[in-house]
Design a protein around this ligand. Structure first.
Ligand SMILES: Nc1ncnc2c1ncn2[C@@H]1O[C@H](COP(=O)(O)OP(=O)(O)O)[C@@H](O)[C@H]1O
Ligand SMILES: [Mg+2]
Length: 228
């Protein structure tokens, strides 16, 4: 639940930025880069600032989208075609935006999301080699111009990321891909950071958790909380 104090803090910040809308932060990067770890730390820190964000993830975030997630990650679906994968990712996203993200932002609430559309460009575009123009068309259709206010992109060598991810859990359908796939994913993410530097902050993830968290706080403070 949002406290009265956090509502007023959010409203004050939103109105300074000329909108009643909450801020939308996404976390991106390859397997094991530290997204989920840093998301938890970021949410704790935001709560300490009087901001109580909605915390969510992709694919997922609604009942139906979580079922699509399970389908996408299930290694038993190894044969799923790349086009079907792309459409399922955006079907989940449409549900998530309509039922979860957009109402929260409209109500002035901040939203922190573990992966979003950059992951589609990285995995289905870079990894699977699908045409960028197809992804752009679906992005326009599903998002109607909505973009994150800030994307934290955690960059880490493929070998380090996979070593971390494998320590954590059994491989899912994506984690079973070969090294070349993940090198393409990483390169696509790096290209996004260059192309969209006004929105995306690239963070070197090959540091201690605390050092990465400090870089996250600095970025959020500078880009969304007006400096200081
Ligand atoms: N900076 C770090 N240094 C070393 N290990 C880390 C760091 N950040 C996260 N980890 C560990 O690496 C694994 C993957 O982290 P996680 O946050 O789940 O990554 P992601 O969500 O990007 O796949 C976890 O076991 C986590 O504890
Ligand atoms: Mg994760």
């Amino acid at each position: 639940m949002m406290t009265t104090a956090s509502i007023s803090a959010t409203e004050a910040r939103s109105s300074r930025q000329g909108a009643g809308r909450g801020r939308f932060i996404t976390l991106e990067g390859g397997e094991g880069a530290g997204k989920t770890t840093q998301l938890k730390r970021l949410v704790d820190w935001l709560q300490g600032q009087g901001i109580d964000p909605l915390v969510t993830r992709e694919p997922g975030g609604t009942a139906a989208a979580e079922r699509i997630r399970a389908l996408l990650l299930d290694s038993a679906n190894a044969e799923l075609s790349a086009d079907a994968e792309l459409l399922l990712v955006f079907a989940a996203r449409a549900d998530h935006l309509t039922l979860c993200i957009e109402p929260a932002l409209a109500a002035g609430r901040w939203v922190v999301c573990d992966r979003f559309t950059d992951a589609t460009y990285a995995y289905q575009g870079g990894g699977r080699g699908l045409d960028r123009s197809r992804i752009e068309a679906l992005e326009r259709f599903v998002q109607r111009g909505l973009q994150p206010d800030l994307t934290l992109l955690f960059d880490l060598s493929v070998a380090s990321g996979l070593a971390r991810a494998r320590q954590r859990s059994a491989p899912d359908r994506f984690e079973a891909e070969d090294l070349a796939f993940f090198e393409r994913v990483r390169a696509a993410y790096q290209e996004i950071a260059e192309r969209s530097s006004e929105r995306v902050c690239l963070i070197h993830a090959d540091q201690t958790e605390a050092a990465v968290a400090a870089a996250v706080k600095a970025s959020v403070t500078q880009r969304l909380l007006g400096g200081a």
